[in-house]
Design a protein around this ligand. Structure first.
Ligand SMILES: *Cc1c(COP(=O)(O)O)cnc(C)c1O
Length: 365
C-alpha cells in the first residue's frame, strides 16, 4: 500500500519515534515508573505551554475534555453564553445544554470570526452569565477567532468563567493561558501534538477549581478533582491510555527542542503557503483571510465539480486524504490539515495532488 498523505485536521500523522514509543510494553500505572513519567510529562507540558497551572491528562477524545469542563463547573439552570460559528462551537453549546444550562448563543456566519464588539454587547445584556464558551480555532470552517481580544472582553465586561476549546490550536498557535487568565483550556492528543488519539489535556484556573466545588452536575469518571489529586501522587484515578502517554512524552521532547516559538512560526508559514497554493489553483478560500487558521485551510469546491468524486480520486489515485466539509458544509468545501508534525513538502504534494485530480475531472485551472 502506498503511503497516504493524511491531510485532515486530526488525527494527524505521528513521527516514527512516536509510533515506536506507542508500541512500548505496558507498565503499572500505580507504580514508581508512572510517577517518574508523570513528573517529566507535567513539567514539560507546563514548560511548553508557559503556564504555572497544572495540566491535567484525562483519557478521552477532545469532546470528553469539553464534557469534563462543563460537568465540573456548570449546574443545571446556569446561564451560559456560547458561539455558533461552526461545528465545534455548536458542540460546546450542545454539551452545556445536555447538562441543563440555559443557553444563549451568538450566531456567526460560517467562515467568519466572532467580533469582540459583538461579544461585548451581548455580555452587557447577560449580567448573570456563569460561563462563556469560546473556540480558539474553529476546525470546521478554518477560522481562528481573535481569542486574546475575546478573552479580554469577557474579563473586562463580566465575572463569567471563560472556557476555551483549543483542541485544534494548542501546541500549534500561541495561547497565553495565564496572561489571559483563561479558566479552562482544552486540547486533545491527536491534533497539534502529533500523538494518537486518546488523551485530552485540561488546564484550570483557581477560579475554575472553586467552581468544581460549587457545581452540582453529576460526574464520576470526569470528576477533575480525582485527576488533580491522583496526578499529585504521580498517577491516574483510572487506567490511562498508556500508549498515548508514551507517545506524548516523546513528541513533547521534540516539541521543546523545536521551541514553542519555532513551532508557531512553522505553522503560520505553512498555512500561508497552503493558502497561496490554493489561490494559485484558482480556488476560493472559505475563511475570512483576516482570521485564517494556522492549522487548517478550507477551500470552496469549484462550480461543476462533484466533491465526492474529487475526494475519492484524491484518495485512490493520489494517496492524499483531504477532510470534507462537515454538516451543512458537506459538498461545499474541502479542508487541508497542516498541524502537528508537518513540513512544506507534504503540503506541496497535497496541492499537486489536488491540481491533478481537478484536471482529471475536467476542471480547467
Ligand atoms: C477535533 C476537535 C474537537 C474534539 O474532537 P474529538 O473528536 O472529540 O477529539 C473539539 N474541538 C475542536 C475545535 C476540534 O478541532
Amino acid at each position: 500500500m502506498a503511503e497516504i498523505n493524511l491531510r485532515i485536521p486530526g488525527p494527524t500523522p505521528c513521527r516514527e519515534e512516536v509510533l515506536e514509543a506507542v508500541a512500548r510494553p505496558m507498565m503499572n500505572y500505580r507504580g514508581p515508573e508512572m510517577a517518574e513519567l508523570m513528573e517529566e510529562l507535567t513539567v514539560n507540558l507546563k514548560r511548553f505551554l508557559d503556564t504555572s497551572r497544572d495540566v491535567l491528562l484525562v483519557t478521552a477524545s477532545g469532546t470528553g475534555g469539553l464534557e469534563a469542563t462543563i460537568a465540573n463547573t456548570i449546574s443545571s439552570g446556569d446561564r451560559v453564553l456560547g458561539v455558533n460559528a461552526g461545528v465545534f462551537g455548536r458542540r460546546f453549546c450542545d454539551v452545556a445544554e445536555a447538562f441543563g444550562a440555559s443557553l444563549r448563543t451568538i450566531e456567526v456566519d460560517e467562515g467568519l470570526a466572532l467580533d469582540p464588539e459583538t461579544l461585548k454587547s451581548t455580555l452587557h445584556q447577560e449580567k448573570n452569565c456563569r460561563a462563556v464558551l469560546l473556540t480558539h480555532n474553529e476546525t470546521s470552517t478554518a477560522v481562528a477567532h481573535p481569542i486574546e481580544d475575546l478573552c479580554r472582553v469577557v474579563r473586562e465586561e463580566s465575572d463569567a468563567l471563560v472556557f476555551v476549546d483549543a483542541v485544534s490550536s494548542l501546541g500549534a498557535m500561541p495561547l497565553p493561558i495565564d496572561e489571559l487568565d483563561i479558566d479552562v483550556v482544552i486540547s486533545g492528543s491527536q491534533k497539534a501534538w502529533g500523538v494518537p488519539p486518546g488523551m485530552a489535556m485540561l488546564v484550570l484556573s483557581e477560579k475554575a477549581w472553586k467552581a468544581t466545588e460549587l457545581a452540582t452536575s453529576p460526574r464520576f469518571y470526569f470528576d477533575l478533582r480525582r485527576y488533580r489529586d491522583a496526578q499529585a501522587r504521580g498517577t491516574f484515578p483510572f487506567t490511562p491510555a498508556l500508549p498515548v502517554i508514551y507517545g506524548l512524552s516523546v513528541a513533547l521532547g521534540f516539541m521543546l527542542r523545536e521551541t514553542p516559538e519555532g513551532i508557531f512560526t512553522r505553522h503560520a508559514r505553512i498555512a500561508a503557503r497552503a493558502r497561496e497554493g490554493v489561490r494559485s489553483l484558482g480556488l476560493e478560500l472559505f475563511a475570512d483571510p483576516e482570521h485564517a487558521s494556522s492549522t487548517v485551510t478550507a477551500m470552496k469546491v469549484p462550480e461543476g465539480i462533484d466533491e465526492s468524486a474529487l475526494v475519492a480520486l484524491l484518495r485512490t489515485r493520489y494517496h492524499t486524504v483531504y477532510a470534507r466539509g462537515q454538516e451543512g458544509l458537506r459538498g461545499k468545501i474541502l479542508r487541508l490539515g497542516h498541524l502537528g508534525w508537518v513540513q512544506e513538502p507534504e503540503i506541496d504534494a497535497a496541492l499537486r495532488a489536488l491540481r491533478s485530480a481537478l484536471a482529471d475531472l475536467g476542471h480547467r485551472i
